[in-house]
Design a protein around this ligand. Sequence first.
Ligand SMILES: [Zn+2]
Length: 312
Amino acid sequence: MKRLFATTFLLLLLSACSSDSEDFNGDETQYQTIYRIPVVVHIVHNGEAVGSGANISYAQIQSQIEVLNEDFRRRIGSNGFNENEAGADTLIEFFLATEDPNGSALEEPGIDRVDGGRSEWPKGFLRNPIETSLKPFTIWDPEKYFNIWTVNFGGFASRDLLGYAQFPDESGLPGLNVDNGPDNTDGIVIGYKYFGSSEKGNFPDMIAPYDLGRTTTHEVGHWLGLRHIWGDGDCTYDDYCLDTPLSAEPSYGCPVDKITCTELEMIENYMDYTDDGCMNVFTLDQMDRMHTVLETCPRRKELVVLAQEPLY
Ligand SMILES: [Zn+2]
């Protein structure tokens, strides 16, 4: 009896040790899910050589993708990092597509160079060649690619335009219509002088203070269902995110300590109109809206490539 007891005890001890040891050395790493989105950039030019004028370089495109990933992932050590208590790593990333719509490898990943046959692209209510001709004729399958067009805006109505986006359809989110436009115009359009980051290369046509890639971060926010933080109205209008304080108007420049409603405004939010160097925050509620869009909406949910990343 004594012996048996001793053996049992030893076995228990062994098993306890072995279990401890397993816990210590075993794979306890936790993972988080990343939403990855394939991108094609249609570089619309007027016959310029690659790297000059509106026919922007591959390096300029890459610098923009880097900025998107820094901003959406709140990367430490980048302009996209913040220590705001409402600030989010949105777990959304972007990558340049490796194949064209026929399945052939792209010489320049994620790039489609288009000679648009004109030097300026107006976006007026009466004449709107971007929506009526450019996009429908150049778009790649919006269930396989997130389409971005870079153009030289121009004409009376778009002299000061930096970029614009098409909202997602059927999100069920407050503040968004069910239908926001045809399939064949889905995506965002950015002025080529505001696409990329002048901190990441020599891109002499870029114009400060909109030369750090935040026009695109802002438009991607719209494309993923975010409204402006001032709700496009006075203090009675909201952006449907509780963690972005109310604001009565857009902010320009970098006006710290600004209050137009009751609380300090979040002028550093990407969904305001402040200078590129002033912005560095997407909030947790904004992240939730974007995740809803990526899980729900046509031409969004089909795009997502899920990836697992160790959580440290
Ligand atoms: Zn906007």
